[in-house]
Design a protein around this ligand. Structure first.
Ligand SMILES: [Zn+2]
Length: 437
């Protein structure tokens, strides 16, 4: 659309980066207006590929830089002896020089090869294939330079975000997974949902009209919460107002999410895992799909948690759901979801929390500790039990624990992606919380 058309002349003609910057400033002005954010709002949110809420927008300044770097390396590595010997001169402006950027990228890539592979995210070592600078050639080498330049742009943006206490809060959401929006997602949103998208965007960057923010923007004098007289910040509204809690507003939201999570989990029951062993046979008995295979203890290593057992029953702490088994009901605890096999005496307890995104790790540890006693108690009764705390953030960001749970229940691929980006996360379930009554 807009980007390729714009980029072509930027690549062919020697247009300096300040001109591109001016074009970008204009684009940003309108994008900010559309998103309803203040003029000084940082571009990190719009363009950073590492942001927790990734928008499908590209910075044309960055594309211009990468395009120039690609052109430079193409000329430098040309097979034509004449082109190769003539030193390419590409004008890019005073602020940013393509030769310097490309040289710097090359040095970084060489350095990375010396240091060796390091872990940069939560995936395990060896889970990605590493390309080494000295072992690549031609187009692959060019791509590596471009990637390095992009990486540098991203890192600079994340550094900028970290320094911003309000708009950079997402840099602390360690266990929340990134949400990436495509243009397709946006085009398919009805007007109401676009307004939700804007709400979500503002909530991530703490730009919602909470009373504390309105005071800061000079639009109100009183930052207090009409419900509890505490200071009404975004965090207060979304997760820590005591009156909202006592009125059951957070429970209502929790149960909405729980309802969906329990439905997704109950579909995992009875579905065959593609990589299951031959000892597990999938047969149909009177229309009911069942697993048939030997039992494997729950805490031993295995691919799917539900493998090797054929009578799993899912119960949830919700009105219309199957009640928890007696062995749980006789205790004082009420886990959110219980997946129970009577024949093998195995119990998987799923405990859902809907915390403020920056407190996901804290919530996870808390729930793990809380249910330690219960697992011990169940063990005394001869049950193998496992607790799996999961977090879905107050704004709808999915915790890595939720992703992990679905994987372990053999809900993978498209089905998992669909479950984790479904309407229950996109629904305006916070609407009730935002009422100022
Ligand atoms: Zn309050």
């Amino acid at each position: 659309m807009l980007i390729p058309k714009l980029l072509w002349p930027l690549l062919v003609y020697d247009i300096c980066s300040s001109t591109v910057e001016a074009i970008e400033a204009k684009i940003k002005k309108y994008t900010r207006k559309w998103l309803g954010v203040p003029p000084g709002f940082s571009d990190v949110a719009m363009y950073c590929r590492k942001a927790k809420l990734k928008l499908p927008m590209k910075s044309i300044l960055e594309e211009h830089k990468c395009g120039k770097a690609r052109l430079l390396t193409m000329l430098e590595e040309s097979d034509d002896p004449v082109v190769k010997t003539v030193q390419a001169s590409l004008k890019t402006g005073r602020k940013w020089k393509v030769t310097e950027a490309a040289d710097e990228a090359k040095e970084c890539l060489k350095m990375k090869e010396v240091i060796g592979q390091t872990q940069t995210d939560r995936r395990g070592l060896g889970s990605t294939t590493v390309k080494w600078w000295s072992k690549t050639e031609g187009k692959e080498k060019r791509d590596m330079i471009i990637d390095e330049i992009r990486n540098k742009e991203d890192s600079t943006q994340v550094q900028k975000a970290v320094q911003h206490p309000q708009q950079g809060q997402w840099t602390n959401w360690d266990t929340a997974l990134q949400r990436s929006l495509t243009w397709n997602d946006i085009w398919h949103m009805a007007p109401l949902r676009i307004s939700f998208l804007i709400w979500l965007f503002r909530s991530v960057y703490d730009l919602l009209p909470s009373n504390a923010n309105l005071v800061q923007w000079g639009k109100k004098d009183d930052p207090t919460c009409p419900l509890c007289q505490g200071r009404q910040t975004t965090e207060h509204v979304l997760s820590s107002c005591e009156v909202a809690l006592s009125q059951g507003r957070y429970t209502w939201r929790h149960n909405k999410v729980l309802q969906e999570l329990a439905s997704v989990i109950s579909t995992a029951k009875g579905e065959i895992h593609p990589s299951s062993t031959s000892s597990t046979v999938f047969i149909t008995e009177g229309g009911v799909k069942k697993w048939h295979g030997g039992s494997i203890p729950i805490n031993t290593h295995r691919k799917g948690l539900l493998d090797g057992c054929d009578d799993w029953v899912v119960s949830a702490d919700l009105p219309e759901w199957e009640r928890h088994p007696d062995v749980i009901r006789k205790t004082a605890s009420r886990p959110d979801i219980v997946i129970h096999s009577a024949s093998t005496q195995q119990i998987i307890m799923v405990e859902l929390t809907v915390p403020y995104e920056s407190r996901m790790e804290e919530a996870h540890a808390f729930k793990e500790a809380k249910y330690l006693e219960l697992t011990k108690e169940l063990k005394k009764d001869g049950y193998e039990a496992k607790v799996m705390p999961v977090e879905i953030g107050a704004r709808g960001f999915v915790g890595s624990s939720a992703y992990g749970l679905l994987s372990k229940l053999s809900i993978g691929g498209n089905k998992r992606t669909k479950a984790l980006s479904s309407r229950w996360i996109w629904s305006r379930r916070n609407e009730r919380l935002l009422h100022n009554d």
